[in-house]
Structures are given as structure tokens and as C-alpha cells.
Design a protein around this ligand. Structure first.
Ligand code: FMN
Length: 330
């Protein structure tokens, strides 16, 4: 059965993962999930190569850009540039705990300064007509009570943020790597549920450790949406099951065909080859496509060994497909 109107399922912003090639690939699997860019700093947008940082293919819609920064003027300017390029949502990162991000005084440590986040959001909301949203944690270090989270959300909502994506674990700013910060602090989804009960007018999206259709179903019954991260990165075909369960309505649903996705990606890589793209930049996102299927290991091995070689051609994708189906028949 299709999802209730107004509910949302998205793929999380992931550095080094959700670049434009990854997003194009995921879009071949799911026409409807919302996609996010990797975090891009406002400074990079203002002073860097905007085309490289912000270009995307129109099929990627609905598409949000995630910004990193702490300066309202810079963030507003970066948001304006991204909105003019056609992004559907501007999201502010208030959840990343890495040292580099903390030293830049943005990411998760901003949760400790709700006033500043409010000023950033107000400036961004003033600058663009698309929604400005915030992705945050349930707390930081010893500021980990529900009351702290509620006060942060209340303040930032008043500045013009109507949607919060909440990674349901706190961030620990000293002593844990970013990876450990996605695993060690316990997930407390009930905090996010309480937030929705106490702020029913806000859109509250939950993130963190969600990896089954049943769990998505249960969260959508309580909240406005679900954001999926590592499950999709490791098993992108999971999105086909999400698409079938939550977005398909009767006759518009086409059965998912992994081989068809590979052929589409081969065409994509051929189109991109002219702009100097290396095949590996596309195929690295596709290694998990056959996760759990016969031949998955051979697929992964062939692509990871050969796509990085100098001069590797998009045709390698079709050859890998053939090699897999021959070995499955043997
Ligand atoms: C490789 C990787 C890179 C990430 N990069 C970002 C990022 O750029 N911005 C962000 O807000 N979160 C980032 N995250 C965190 C995810 O968006 C998400 O909050 C986290 O992985 C928890 O969700 P999950 O359990 O579904 O993976 C990253 C996570 C991973 C695994």
C-alpha cells in the first residue's frame, strides 16, 4: 500500500558516498526517495568550483543539498546559489562530529549554540523559497537530556525551520571517531517520537540504524519520515523494496531488474566519459547492487579489481554482467 500523503523517505547525506554518480544510480532504483548531497561547506560553494560541487542531473529530484557552516551571511549566500541551481531543499548539518568539522565550529557542536543555528536558519530562510531544514542529533556530550533537545528544536523552529531530521543518538565530541560516533552512543528513537508528540506542527524525520521495511512502517506511523544511510550504501537494492512497498500504487509499479539498472549505468558512464570521468567513480557505488544474490561476490570482485585500471571502459559493466550470468549458469 502506498505511503500516506506528506510522509517522506530519504537517503542520508554521506561524505564520499552520495556524490552525483551515486545519486544517479540510486535514482535508477527508486524514482521517489528524496536524495541528499554529501555535506558541502558554504565556504567551498562561495570560493570553490560551483559547477563541480553543485551540478546534478535533473533525474535526481527530489534533491536536497546539505550545507556545512556556522556563518549566517555565508550560509545564506550559499543557500541562494544552491536554490538557484534547482535544489528542492537546503539542509544544514548540525550532526557531524568530526574533528575537522568541530574545529571549523560547525556540525554537531552547533547544537550547543541554538542561538547561532537560529540566526543561520533565519538568514537562509530569508534568502531562498525552498524549505530550509536541519539535520541534528539528540544531544551532544553531557547535554543529552530530552529537555536540551526540545529547547534546541523550539528555538530553531521559531527561526523558520519546519523540518528536523534527527539522528537518534547523541554525538560525543572528544575521543570518538566519526565512525564510532555512528555506533557507540545508543540509539534512543523514543526521544524522537516524544519530540513529534510535543511539537506536532513540525515535520520530524528519524534517522539512525533503520534497516527493514517493518521498521520503516512502524516509524512512519509515528513520524513524518525516515532517513536511511548505511543500509542503502551497503545494499542499494533495498531501495527497490522500499519503492515497491511505500511508493508503488497499483499499475504504475515496474518489477525491479538489477541488470536493467546496470545497462542504464553503462549508458550513463558512456555519457560522462567525455567529461573525463573515471569508470571507478561510477562503479564504486554499484558494488553492493547484487548484495544477497547469486554471483554477488564475483560482481564485486570484478568491478573493484578492473574498473580502477587506467583506461577502463563503461563496457566493463556489461562484461561483468555477462560474466556473472555465465558463472551463475555453470
Ligand atoms: C560514510 C558516511 C558519511 C557520512 N557523511 C555525512 C554527512 O556528510 N552529513 C551528515 O549529516 N551525515 C553524514 N553521515 C551520517 C549519516 O547521514 C547518518 O546520519 C548516519 O549514518 C546514521 O544513519 P544510518 O544508521 O541509517 O546509517 C555519514 C555517514 C556515513 C556512513
Amino acid at each position: 500500500m502506498a505511503m500516506a500523503a506528506g510522509k517522506q523517505i530519504s537517503v542520508a547525506p554521506m561524505m564520499d558516498v552520495t556524490d552525483r554518480h551515486c545519486r544517479y544510480f540510486l535514482r535508477q532504483i527508486s524514482p521517489h526517495v528524496r536524495l541528499y548531497t554529501e555535506m558541502i561547506t558554504a565556504e567551498a560553494i562561495l570560493h570553490g568550483d560551483q559547477e563541480r560541487l553543485l551540478a546534478f542531473d535533473p533525474v535526481e529530484h527530489p534533491l536536497a543539498v546539505q550545507l556545512g557552516g556556522h556563518d549566517p551571511v555565508q550560509l545564506a549566500a550559499a543557500a541562494r546559489i544552491a536554490a538557484a541551481r534547482g535544489y528542492d531543499e537546503i539542509n544544514l548539518n548540525v550532526g557531524c562530529p568530526s574533528d575537522r568539522v568541530r574545529d571549523g565550529r560547525f556540525g554537531a557542536c552547533l547544537m550547543l549554540d541554538a542561538e547561532r543555528v537560529a540566526r543561520c536558519v533565519a538568514a537562509m530562510a530569508e534568502a531562498v523559497h525552498v524549505p530550509v531544514t536541519v539535520k541534528t542529533r539528540i544531544g551532544v556530550d553531557d547535554q543529552d537530556s530530552y529537555e536540551f533537545l526540545a529547547a534546541f528544536v523550539e528555538r530553531v523552529a521559531r527561526a523558520g525551520c519546519g523540518t528536523f531530521i534527527v539522528h537518534a543518538r547523541k554525538a560525543i565530541l572528544q575521543g570518538l571517531s566519526p565512525r564510532e560516533n555512528r555506533e557507540v552512543p545508543p540509539l534512543l528513537p523514543e526521544r524522537v517520537h516524544r519530540l513529534k508528540r510535543e511539537f506536532p506542527a513540525l515535520r520530524i524525520i528519524i534517522n539512525g540504524g533503520i534497516a527493514s521495511l517493518e521498521r520503516i512502517d512502524a516509524e512512519l506511523a509515528l513520524l513524518d519520515g525516515v532517513m536511511l544511510g548505511r543500509k542503502v550504501a551497503g545494499d542499494p537494492s533495498f531501495l527497490a523494496a522500499v519503492e515497491a512497498r511505500f511508493f508503488a500504487s497499483g499499475d504504475n509499479h515496474q518489477a525491479f531488474d538489477r541488470d536493467h539498472v546496470v545497462r542504464r549505468m553503462c549508458e550513463y558512464a558512456q555519457r560522462q566519459a567525455g567529461s573525463g570521468l573515471r569508470l571507478h567513480q561510477v562503479t564504486r557505488h554499484m558494488l553492493g547492487l547484487y548484495h544477497g544474490q547469486p554471483g554477488a561476490r564475483g560482481w564485486r570482485r570484478l568491478l573493484s579489481e578492473q574498473a580502477g585500471r587506467p583506461g577502463a571502459q563503461p563496457q566493463l559493466l556489461l562484461e561483468s554482467l555477462d560474466a556473472m550470468s555465465m558463472s551463475n549458469q555453470a
